[in-house]
Ligand binder design. Structure first.
Ligand code: AKB
Length: 320
């Protein structure tokens, strides 16, 4: 294998924080160039401050480090995006175009672009939503992801740029905090339980959504990126499934460990977004093309989340 030097945008975000470490383990610390607007204080490795809306700045980093692959994670998520629709569109698309163009010009070998279940809208089968569903997203974030998927395919078809993508469900991990999504409750609730506080959930108790545990999400990303090129039959973005649950089911699981834990339900504008999303995902193509299989269910996810957050809070590795 040729030496890979990998640029990550949005490396201080929820997924980027964990993905950067995994890529360091795989490719060597000095070969991973983490970039974001702000450094994550716990990150150890090569970091550059980067505003991905600035084409010259990203090009300078690509040239400086002789980058061979890019994981473009920087984006504004569903709930935050609804507060500023036009600037969210500008940022999500401008950063993607900069990454695609710099990759085309400098012959980057592979690009990863995260899409999301937010690309689906009200018109799909909400149970086991198929890969090939019509995309009518209800949020500006979802619209930008649906457009981004098609731009990735366009760059592949027209320029041969090897862009690969996953439609992530809500990602749940203890290592980092989510930043402004509709599925954020499923991480916040664990922090409250471990701090012995009550939780006020912004979705109704029976709102079932597709989710994925962080380890599964990272493994799916690496398995997709390592799959032989001729196995990639979906050039927009692959559906991937982890598990599905609603806030009430998660509350019940947490209460098996924290019997006094109390959750109240006070839905806000994010309920409307969640109602437009699938309840579960059919990921047949990912299973067929690169043998995708999730490992975590609601019980194993709850166990690992509580155990690791307890360790973090007890050792003051996280602010209360
Ligand atoms: C969000 O809630 O916006 C994200 C997502 C599912 O893409 N977690």
């Amino acid at each position: 294998m040729d030496k890979e030097i990998i640029l990550i945008t949005g490396s201080s975000g929820q997924l980027g924080t964990v993905l950067a470490e995994k890529l360091q383990e795989k490719y060597g610390v000095k070969n991973i160039i983490a970039t974001d607007l702000r450094v994550n204080p716990t990150f150890n490795g090569v970091f550059e401050t980067l505003d991905v809306t600035d084409f010259d700045a990203i090009e300078a980093i690509v040239l400086k480090y002789k980058i061979t692959q890019i994981y473009h994670l920087a984006a504004i998520l569903s709930a935050n995006g609804e507060k500023h629709p036009l600037s969210t569109w500008d940022l999500n698309m401008k950063t993607l175009f900069n990454v695609l163009e710099v990759s085309r010009i400098h012959k980057i070998s592979k690009v990863f672009f995260p899409s999301s279940i937010a690309v689906f809208g009200n018109n799909v089968e909400r149970l086991n939503t198929p890969q090939s569903s019509n995309l009518t997203p209800s949020t500006v974030y979802g619209i930008s992801k649906a457009a981004g998927e098609n731009w990735g395919k366009y760059y592949f078809d027209k320029y041969g740029l090897d862009v690969r993508s996953l439609r992530y469900p809500g990602v749940i991990g203890y290592q980092s905090l989510p930043g402004g999504g509709t599925t954020d409750y499923a991480v916040d609730i664990f922090h409250k339980a471990v701090k012995n506080e009550n939780y006020e959930c912004f979705l109704n108790a029976d709102t079932t959504l597709p989710m994925i545990y962080m380890d599964d999400a990272i493994r799916a990303t690496l398995e997709l990126m390592e799959a032989p090129k001729d196995k990639i039959t979906v050039r927009t973005s692959y559906n991937i499934s982890g598990l599905s649950f609603n806030p009430n089911q998660l509350e019940t699981c947490i209460k098996e460990n924290y019997t006094d834990f109390k959750v109240t339900y006070s839905p806000d504008f994010r309920q409307g977004i969640a109602n437009s999303w699938p309840m579960s995902i059919d990921d047949l193509e990912a299973r067929k093309d690169w043998q995708w299989k999730p490992k975590f269910d609601i019980k194993s996810l709850t166990k690992v989340m509580l155990k690791n957050l307890e360790l973090k809070y007890n050792n003051n590795l996280i602010n209360s």
